[in-house]
Design a binder for this molecule. Sequence first.
Ligand code: ADP
Ligand code: ASP
Ligand code: MG
Length: 413
Amino acid sequence: MALLVQKFGGTSVGDLEKIQRVAEKVKGFRDQGHDMIVVLSAMSGETNRLLAMAKTLQKEPTPREMDVILSTGEQLTIGLLSLALNEMGCPAISFTGSQIAITTDSDHTKARIQHIDTDPIRAQLNAGKVVVVAGFQGCDLKGNITTLGRGGSDTTAVALAAALKADECQIYSDVDGVYTTDPRVVEDARRLNSITFEEMLEMASLGSKVLQIRAVEFAGKYSVNMRVLHSFQDGPGTLITLEKESAMESPVVSGIAFNRDEAKLTIKGVPHIPGVASNILGPVSRANIEVDMIVQNVGDDGSTDFTFTVHRNDFERTKVVLSQVVKELGAREHDGNNKIAKVSIVGVGMRSHAGVAARMFECLANEGINIEIVSTSEIKVSVVIDEKYLELAVRALHAAFELEKEPVETKDV
Ligand code: ADP
Ligand code: ASP
Ligand code: MG
């Protein structure tokens, strides 16, 4: 008998028939004697629908009110699943984030969980009930409803698993595990039996939306056993591990992530004097705009070209900030491009192998794809390219690093 936290994503609770199937699945686990906490997302498309409705009435919705609205999607599904379970003779009780006291900070629409009161959950589990919790939401100390950022139900599930020391946190979705890349883009992408937290964190941060970044961070920090599985197909899924289980799963590159959400800005002809970077990025950060990649180049004339990327939603706002910076710094001009994409190769195996970036660049060159910016860390190489070559680049890299093949055993001697 185990304590399991199971999270079902939007497509898995997308209609009443699917909610019924989820209820049957949960009941199956309960009948085996497990203590069950179930975390649900809103029905697929519902959060987007709520967001769009809010924006028709207020262009930039007040974050507090936005959270009041967004939290309703999950409130509906938890109530429905609990009804379905009760109807099957499997007692269940639903809780919103406020009811279960998932306490967060007050940073509306991207709040962070600070504390979970586990007593009421334990009391219901001890009373033999399945506890059904609304994902993606909590409340601050003043009782305001908060949400945890898109994809935040994953984080609710991991946080509950950590707080209650669950045996496993199972993330059920429309995909049967974590793949070498998004299977919607590369047909022969391969399911990984396991992936390390470190790699998963890079993959999620670099655009693989299969798990929310914060959920992976949380799971790593609290050593939560986490597995990604298909809601309606049996299979082992993908285990997120602290270390690679064996050399069998130690290829140089484990996966490819990509992200269409970026935009690039360049400020040209900046005098090459100390303080340039802070004079440019200071005003950008004061406007609450997050910067991702940064490149600075000194030209023959001694002036600097400074390029950086931001989230695509912040593109227009950043351009306004830069117009002012150009005047203040006596720079020549600025320009930008929001039709770019970032492609990244990720793998802990890169630590012990040289020449991985060169192989990546050669592959892209063979496809005639220009690289605009490069950034590297110990376990990843990211490049910015023209958005229109994104899928070509991902497929070519997947083939070049032979990710469709099961890795051959490379035991150290
Ligand atoms: P849910 O609604 O269940 O939370 P998501 O849409 O958030 O599901 O995540 C599942 C989707 O993530 C898959 O349908 C898949 O297209 C996408 N995805 C992106 N990268 C990967 C990857 N590396 N492995 C598996 N799925 C991925
Ligand atoms: N419903 C929320 C979203 O669509 C949270 C989630 O599904 O995890 O982002
Ligand atoms: Mg998700």
